[in-house]
Design a protein around this ligand. Structure first.
Ligand SMILES: Nc1ncnc2c1ncn2[C@@H]1O[C@H](COP(=O)(O)OP(=O)(O)OP(=O)(O)O)[C@@H](O)[C@H]1O
Ligand SMILES: [Mg+2]
Length: 301
């Protein structure tokens, strides 16, 4: 059980709508309001470093007492996931060493699905290891990978439940054989079943966290154009399959001269924030603060 539970936020939306910019603005805003915030980019093509004009790493770098930043290193998490898988398999199936597992793992590295597992692993690590933050904000990758990331816990759970059933069938058969052979039921707990059940628990825990609207917020960033509207609707629909809901919509690069009523009517159930289009890109902590003051997200001092 965790002692302290950080708030968790994900920023998602179509490419280029301003996920990195608005998540940076939001992180600065909360930090100025007194929260300890960690802003982490999950996008393999990071640009948080460019926004804050800082060299960032896979582990948090402190910008000031209230704000830390990092760019999650996907390759590192793929390596860590594969190394763990290899260790487990070598332990469970010693005979497989004869099949030169290493080669197979080199192929798995490039197979579909690995990136989202790596992201999920990094997510669990971050929320379980960076407990001294009040809020962890994740700037998400392009929609395709983001949606896979969110559906992964449920899909893995379904798979694991099937595997547990299958394993139980095998155990039952083994018990029958053992009874015939030795006249008693095998009492040792099945190691593989234990492993499957513990993985099942891990995925259930992640799902609980993601589905906990009190703790986890999904921010959908969009612009006032048809393409970003279409992708936003798609994101909302796809997330429903994973029982996830958008908690707020940020209309970024907002232009008050473009009619927005019709657009907002389609999202009347959501809280909406407007982030006006700035005259230039919003980079460097001073300009981020300036933008927040100018647009009254924070009080001017
Ligand atoms: N409110 C704004 N005013 C002016 N420029 C903006 C604003 N928001 C974002 N931009 C600019 O738009 C571009 C895309 O923004 P950003 O990188 O934040 O989007 P993104 O959704 O994170 O993109 P990607 O999908 O590539 O990660 C950048 O050049 C950024 O400086
Ligand atoms: Mg980005």
């Amino acid at each position: 059980m965790q002692e302290k539970r950080q708030k968790i936020m994900f920023f998602l939306g179509k490419g280029g709508v301003g996920k990195s910019t608005t998540s940076s603005l939001y992180a600065v805003e909360r930090s100025l309001k007194g929260e300890k915030v960690l802003l982490a980019s999950m996008d393999p093509a990071h640009n948080l470093g460019d926004i804050f004009k800082m060299q960032l790493k896979g582990k948090p770098t402190k910008l000031n007492d209230n704000l830390s930043l990092c760019e999650i290193n996907l390759d590192y998490w793929v390596d860590s996931y594969l190394a763990d898988m290899q260790k487990q398999m070598t332990k469970s199936y010693a005979y497989l060493t004869a099949l030169s597992l290493d080669k197979h793992f080199e192929i798995i590295r490039y197979s579909p699905g690995i990136e989202e597992y790596a992201l999920l692993r990094s997510f669990s690590y971050f929320i379980n290891n960076y407990m001294d933050f009040d809020r962890i904000i994740f700037d998400m990758p392009p929609t395709g990978l983001t949606l896979k990331f969110f559906s992964l816990p449920k899909i893995s759970q379904i798979w694991l439940e099937k595997l547990v059933d299958l394993r139980n069938e095998i155990i039952k058969k083994k018990e029958i054989v053992t009874k015939i052979k030795f006249g008693k039921v095998e009492i040792e707990r099945d190691k593989l079943l234990n492993k499957l059940n513990s993985q099942l628990n891990e995925y259930s825990e992640v799902r609980e966290i993601l589905e906990d609207a009190e703790r986890t917020e999904l921010i959908l960033v969009m612009n006032q154009d048809k393409l970003s509207l279409a992708e936003s609707k798609l994101i909302i629909e796809k997330l429903k399959i994973s029982k996830l809901k958008i908690s707020m919509i940020f209309i970024n690069k907002f232009n008050a001269d473009i009619p927005v009523k019709e657009l907002e009517a389609q999202f009347s159930n959501y809280k909406i924030r407007h982030y006006p289009l700035y005259k230039e890109s919003i980079t460097g902590i001073e300009r981020l603060k300036e933008y927040l003051t100018e647009n009254k997200f924070i009080q001017s001092k």
